[in-house]
Design a protein around this ligand. Structure first.
Ligand code: MG
Length: 157
């Protein structure tokens, strides 16, 4: 059986925070604000995986109200979601994600993100796609006040 899941995440971009995407520290004057390390790529992918098997969502599994997840490594949370998918009897066929932000430019960091995700999801890097998209100045991803990510995951049992 095939299952598909979809995920979305967004965080404000503020001074004094590191920008972490797919476990990669991207040098930039601002970073994503959140309870965890605010890795939008990891969060969107985690929701796609959980959604595909009907296992609720990241915020329900790891609530922001719980001090255990303060400054959490979101790639570790993603690995736990991938493990939950396997326990439910599914394998990850592929994942595809889009990060939406005008600045910084992410192209030099994409393959590092894919390599990190391959380790955490325990699938070959060829099954992992990460894309960066500008919103051409529109909205919170265009004016620099925020960053967003979308993801889909295909699973098979
Ligand atoms: Mg998030």
């Amino acid at each position: 059986m095939m299952r598909v899941g979809q995920g979305f995440d967004a965080h404000p971009l503020v001074e004094g925070r590191r920008l972490i995407l797919g476990g990669v520290h991207v040098p930039f004057e601002r970073g994503a604000l959140g309870h965890s390390d605010a890795d939008v790529l990891a969060h969107a992918l985690a929701d796609a995986l959980l959604g595909a098997v009907g296992l609720s969502d990241l915020g329900t599994r790891f609530p922001a109200s719980d001090p255990r997840w303060k400054d959490a490594d979101s790639m570790e949370l993603l690995a736990q979601c991938a493990a939950a998918v396997r326990v439910a009897g599914f394998e990850i066929v592929n994942v595809d994600a889009t990060i939406v932000v005008d600045r910084p430019k992410l192209a030099p960091h994409i393959d590092w993100m894919r390599a990190n995700l391959a380790v955490r999801l325990e699938i070959d890097q060829s099954r992992i796609s990460v894309k960066a998209k500008s919103s051409e100045g529109l909205g919170y991803t265009g004016d620099g006040s925020g960053i967003a990510a979308y993801a889909v995951a295909l699973l098979s049992s």
